[in-house]
Ligand binder design. Sequence first.
Ligand code: HAM
Length: 434
Amino acid sequence: MSVIFKVRGTRDLLPPETELWSEVEATARAVFARYAFGEIRTPIFEDTALFARGVGEETDIVSKEMYTWEDRGRADSERVLSLTLRPENTAGVVRAYIEHKMNDSGALQKLFYIGPQFRRERPQRGRYRQFWQIGAEVLGPAFSGSESPLRDAEVLEMLATLLDTLGIRGWRLELNSVGSATDRPRYLEALRAALTPVKEKLSPDNQRRAETNPLRVLDSKDPKDQAIIETLPKIADYLDDASREHFEQVLLGLDACGIPYHLNPRLVRGLDYYTRTAFEFTVPDGSGLGTQNALLGGGRYDGLSEMLGGPKAPGIGFAIGEDRLVLTLQAQALESAPTPVRKLDAFIAPIGVAQNPAALELARELRGAGLSVEVGDGSFRLRRSFETADRLANRMVLVGEDEVASGMLTVKHFSAAEQTKVSREDLAAVLARR
Ligand code: HAM
C-alpha cells in the first residue's frame, strides 16, 4: 500500500513541541485576561463575500491565496454557496460583532482568538498554508472610546508585555499611520501620479500593482524597485490634522510606557481595511524565521464594520503568527542554555503480568493525587523497565507480589541513585519530592 502524506504547506505538531505551543497559548490567555479581553471563537469557513469585501478583492490574499469552493446544497432547494477557509480572522470577528448586535450594548468589546488560518502561499520556513494566529480585536461604537489613540497604545503595550513575558529577545516595533478614509484618496492620487512616469522601470509584479493597488508597491521586497520607492511620496505628508494628531497621541502613549518603536513610512500592510495606525513586530535575522521576519501585524480598521454592512464601529487589532512565535522561541532557546527535559514523577513497573491490575490501580491512585505517572507492563524484562523508567521519570516504583501483599513499595530514585522501601500511605508525598 502506498503511504499517504500530509498536504504541502501543512504541519503535524508533535510532543514535546506541542508543550511549547500550549505554554505560549496559556501565557497569551493570562496576559489577555489582565487586559480584560474575552475569547471569541468564529467558524473556520465563512461566506467568500466576507473576505472579498472585508480584506479587499485586489489584495494578494483574496486574489490568489484563498481556499474557496462551491458548496453544493444537499437538497435541490438549497442554494449553492461560495465558501472560503478563513485566511485571517478580523473579518470574521467583525461579522460576528455585527450579527450579534454587539454594538447595541454601547460597550467597548475586547476579544481575542487562537486558531488556524489558511492561505495558499508558496510554503517555506515560517510560511505555511495552514498556520495559527493568536489575535485580538478592540472595537465598539465611537462613544465607547474605540477610536481613542489610547486604545492603540494599550494594544501595542500589551504586545510588548506579551513578547517580553514569553522571553522573545530583540523584537522591533515598526509603526506607521496609513491615514483615514479621507486622507487616503488624496495620497493615492499623488502616488499614482508619481508612479506613472516610472512604471515601466518597475518589476512586472509592481507594474501590475501600480494599476490595481498602488499602496502595495511601497512594501515591495524586490531590490530592483527600492531606488524608485525611495522617491515616491510619503503618506505622512498627506495626513490631515485629525489623523496627525491621533498618531502623535499614540506615540505619546508609547513614550509614557517606555515602549521603543521605529517609524516606518513604507509600512502599508497587505489588507485593505487598515486606517491610521498600522504596525508590525519583527525579530532580528537569525531568529529562526528565515526571510519571514514579521512575527505579527495589525492596525486600525475604522471603516470595516460599515464595509460589512454594520454600524460605525471603529477598531484596532493584531494577529501573531503562532508558528513564527514558536520557531523564534526555539531558535532563541538554542542560543542560550538548554532547558532540561521535564520528567514524570514516577514510572510504575509491575514485576510480572500478574501485577498489571495492581500497578494500574496504583497509577490511578497516584494520578488522583495530582502526580504525573506512566505505567509499564509486567511482560517487560526488568532491565527494559529500568531503561524506560530512567528516560521518562524521576523515580520508579516496583510492584511485585511481596509489595502488593505487604503494602511496602520499592522506590528507585534515579538521580540520587538510591533505592528505598516506602509505605503506600507515604508514597505520593515521596514521589512529589524533586
Ligand atoms: P497579517 O499580517 O496578514 O494580518 O497576518 C498576521 C501574522 O500572521 C503575520 O505577521 C505572520 O506572523 C502570520 N502569518 C501570515 N501568513 C502566514 C503564513 N502563510 N504562514 C505562517 N504565518 C503567517 C492579519 O491577518 C490581520 N487579520 C491582523 C489584524 C488583526 N489586523 C487587525 N486585527
